[in-house]
Design a binder for this molecule. Structure first.
Ligand SMILES: Nc1ncnc2c1ncn2[C@@H]1O[C@H](COP(=O)(O)OP(=O)(O)OP(=O)(O)O)[C@@H](O)[C@H]1O
Ligand SMILES: [Zn+2]
Ligand SMILES: [Zn+2]
Length: 804
């Protein structure tokens, strides 16, 4: 009898092992390793999803007690041998449940009970058995247990030959995507006549009539009309009422980018420096060797062009390329370049996709149609079969680390996959993570450098403004005279400006000026954050929200103040200083809508605005030739976090954002406002000297026994009872002391920075160590036994991003 080892979709310590299921005769030869199955589970025999990770033959006598697989969900496996091996490694190295690892490798749309349909693509030379299965129809639902083994085999064959395709029926995919198309009902002369009849202050309608006069008979997507031609929805609505316009719905095929908006680009001639870097890497693609590279190239040194040409080289070798970026919505320029160069071969994976879109892209990668894959963190699991190169852009970005299970770092997964595929990995950054740079130093990574900008353009000059003095002159805690003067100057020259409001470790909260009461979350030990546009106070940890109070909940006084500078407030101030300046704001509030990031950046790129004001979002990767001034309003907020990486992250942020200035012919200037001008992170940011910063910071890390000199593991205990959490960690600490060598160091147990989240108290213990061969095994044992600890939840995090 055939028995399948199945990992079931119940993420818990108790169920984190394979369960045996019998493969009944109706499913013989249809179940394969890597397929999803539906199985009965638990006492109630609830039907749940699982993954087959092994199949064995057993004598009938041993299988009589086994439950049977209810149904197979796939025609061909969704997880291949590589993914299964990767899941094994991931589960062990990140202390995660196997099911969580497997789930993170498939798109959401394949979770749970989706219906599978097969669609006939071509009728030519189709096997009669397959033809009969379709029974004259184009599409047919697949139910493996009700399909004969012969038919199943033939279907698999037809699929492999591209004669049929698999369609996973996902809720949102079932509904075709529609767009609203606006048709112009007016002739040019009608539009012009109507224009004369409008009131002079009806700017929007006049603007629209101008457009209609210029474009008779045009049919255009409403979103394009709104975005590119800046016509407001209100104007469109009233034009429809007036019968100037007609709106109709049109079904479109889902694509994740609009090919019409992308212009094709060709490869640039590499500079000497670029050529050298390119050569070192391209040989490893050709020779199929798993070499990790650290590409340390200053801002504007032309790393992107090297990536593009390396990807082209992989394609030439009939291989695929994976480009990881920190957050795809923030890198529309990068996406435009990749799509411009590689067109339809590109698949984009990012969080902005709907479930159906993601599934479509995943399938295009899996069946080999897409060979250039661009995506954020989770794209590192893209089902690419023959990888030729993996590139991690901005490799220092913390968004590459997932902070929920499985707690993996995309860099580690990329390195693993590079070994599996025998292909190079390129870690690129102007400000590499200290860990990466240290590994390059030790020769673990092959170290490549681009110390100069393209065509030896200078880096921008950076001025630090001491806000302690500046405030006394400008009487404005947000703007120094120096920054205001510089802004005024660029506005006069019609150049562009980027202003950064550093909001890491920063939020606006409410305090009563009468009694000092601060509005806190009822479930967590943290103050609620003001979201002005939604008129809500929100908890960023548990999602609790409540209306903005008008009176102090404690004393009833109405003298409530909101602290913490918001981008909205800064925008108002800025507009007051420069009434005619066109300002774009980019923060969580203005980018909630899908595609909003892209729209804002495109408008700025077309020079439809003078100032781009934003949070960290605007610091990375932007390449706009007209930007000659970058201002940082508050450099210090991220320094004050009690975190060993605070300086590193501040330096990285400041260097990255400075790098946006002066990338083309015109020289760039940066003004950084700070209350700590003497701090080394700021001093080195002033010279944008990564190497010096590296040397200094490494010295401090060495003295403090911090990474990368030590490996670290965080043991976090969460419990409703504070005492239980502390007690449990103390017990572990005692045990650890007997297991670890004297070289290892233990910190804690101490409360985490936010002591209570969702009514759970949070304590932790940090292990710092250099070489402890027994440790991993002990920790796995600890996790296993922790399930007996009913009232405490233990989480083990390897190399946590911070100790807070
Ligand atoms: N070989 C080349 N010849 C001419 N221009 C180039 C060449 N390579 C790159 N450039 C241009 O130089 C500018 C900077 O390049 P790019 O954006 O790739 O820098 P980067 O190293 O990725 O910088 P950052 O780290 O700041 O994102 C771009 O405008 C790009 O088009
Ligand atoms: Zn009060
Ligand atoms: Zn909360």
């Amino acid at each position: 009898m055939q028995v399948a080892a199945v990992i079931v979709d119940v993420p818990s310590r108790q169920t984190d092992r394979p369960f045996s299921y019998l493969i009944g005769s109706e499913l013989t030869d249809k179940v394969a390793v890597g397929m999803r199955v539906i199985v009965p589970f638990g006492r109630g025999n609830r039907l749940i999803q699982g993954f087959v990770i092994g199949i064995t033959q057993k004598p009938a006598a041993e299988t009589s007690k086994l439950k049977k697989i209810n149904e197979v969900q796939d025609l061909v496996p969704v997880l291949n041998a590589e993914m299964l091996a990767l899941a094994d490694w991931l589960a062990i190295s990140t202390f995660s449940f196997k099911i969580s690892c497997l789930q993170s490798m498939i798109p959401n749309g394949l979770r749970g009970k989706s219906e599978k349909k097969l669609r006939l693509v071509s009728l030519e030379q189709v096997d009669p058995v397959v033809r009969k299965f379709f029974d004259g129809k184009n599409e047919q639902i697949l139910q493996p247990s009700k399909t004969s083994a012969e038919t199943f085999k033939k279907l698999q064959k037809a699929r492999a030959a591209g004669k049929i395709e698999l369609i996973y029926q996902v809720k949102d995919q079932a509904k075709p995507k529609k767009v609203r198309i606006v048709s112009n009902l007016l002739t040019t002369s009608q539009a012009e006549k109507l224009k004369k009849k409008q009131r002079a202050n009806a700017h929007q309608l006049i603007h629209l009539l101008d457009f209609l006069a210029d474009h008779p008979q045009i049919m255009i997507q409403q979103s394009v009309l709104a975005d590119r031609f800046e016509i407001s929805p209100t104007a469109i609505r009233s034009a429809v009422e007036k019968k100037w316009l007609k709106i109709s719905n049109q079904v479109v095929k889902r694509t994740t980018y609009d090919p019409q908006k992308i212009t094709a680009t060709t490869a640039k001639n590499l500079t000497m420096d670029q050529q050298q870097v390119y050569q070192s890497i391209v040989t490893t693609i050709q020779q199929k060797t798993a070499v990790p590279f650290l590409l340390e190239g200053v801002t504007g040194s032309g790393k992107t062009e090297i990536y593009l040409q390396l990807m082209a080289a992989a394609i030439e070798q009939q291989q695929a390329a994976l480009l990881l970026v920190p957050e795809i919505s923030l890198t529309p320029q990068m996406v435009a370049q990749v799509v411009g160069r590689f067109g339809k071969q590109v698949a984009l994976l990012h969080s902005g996709l709907s479930i159906g879109e993601r599934l479509d892209e995943w399938r295009r990668i899996e069946d080999g149609t897409a060979t250039i894959i661009v995506g954020a963190r989770s794209a590192v699991f893209a089902p690419i079969k023959n990888l030729g190169i993996i590139i991690l852009d901005e490799e220092h970005e913390s968004s590459y680390a997932q902070d929920s299970m499985p707690r993996y770092h995309a860099r580690d997964v990329a390195l693993w996959r590079s070994r599996y595929h025998h292909c190079p990995v390129v870690l690129g950054s102007a400000t590499p993570a200290l860990e990466s740079r240290a590994r390059a130093q030790k020769g673990v990574y092959h170290w490549l450098r681009l110390p100069q900008r393209i065509n030896t353009r200078p880096l921008p000059t950076v001025a630090l403004v001491d806000m302690r003095q500046a405030v006394t002159q400008s009487h404005d805690a947000d703007f120094s005279n120096e920054l205001l003067t510089a802004i005024k100057d660029r506005l006069q020259k019609h150049e562009q400006i980027i202003l950064l409001l550093n909001r890491r470790g920063y939020a606006s909260f409410m305090m009563c000026r009468q009694c000092g009461f601060v509005l806190k979350c009822p479930n967590c030990d943290i103050s609620l954050t003001l979201h002005k546009d939604q008129r809500l106070m929100k908890c960023h940890y548990c999602g609790h929200e409540e209306p903005i109070p008008v009176k102090c909940p404690a004393c009833g006084n109405s003298k409530i103040r909101f602290y913490g500078t918001g981008t909205q407030k800064i925008q108002e101030k800025l507009q007051h200083y420069f009434p005619t300046a066109r300002i774009l704001r980019m923060d969580v509030d203005t980018t909630r809508r899908k595609g909003a990031h892209q729209q804002i950046l495109q408008r700025f790129g077309r020079h439809q605005a003078d100032i781009l004001l934003g949070t960290q979002m605007i610091a990375k990767g932007l390449d706009y030739p007209e930007v000659t001034l970058v201002g940082v309003l508050n450099a210090d907020t991220s320094l004050s976090l009690p975190d060993f990486r605070a300086s590193e992250q501040t330096f990285q942020l400041l260097t990255q954002v400075s790098g946006r200035a002066g990338r083309a012919e015109k020289e760039g200037k940066v003004v950084i406002q700070t209350f700590n001008p003497q701090h080394y992170a700021l001093q080195f940011a002033k010279t944008q000297d990564y190497e010096q910063f590296y040397a200094y910071e490494m010295h401090l890390r060495h003295q403090g026994d911090y990474p990368p000199y030590y490996f670290t593991i965080q043991l976090a205990a969460n419990a409703v009872s504070e005492q239980a959490a502390i007690k449990y960690l103390f017990k572990i600490m005692q045990e650890l002391k007997t297991k670890l060598s004297p070289e290892a160091k233990l910190l804690g147990p101490v409360p985490q920075m936010v002591l209570r989240i969702k009514n759970q108290y949070r304590y932790h213990l940090i292990i710092k160590f250099k070489h402890e061969p027994q440790l991993m095994e002990y920790l796995h044992h600890l996790l296993e036994t922790s399930q007996r600890q009913k009232n405490v939840q233990l989480i083990i995090i390897r190399e946590p991003m911070s100790f807070i």
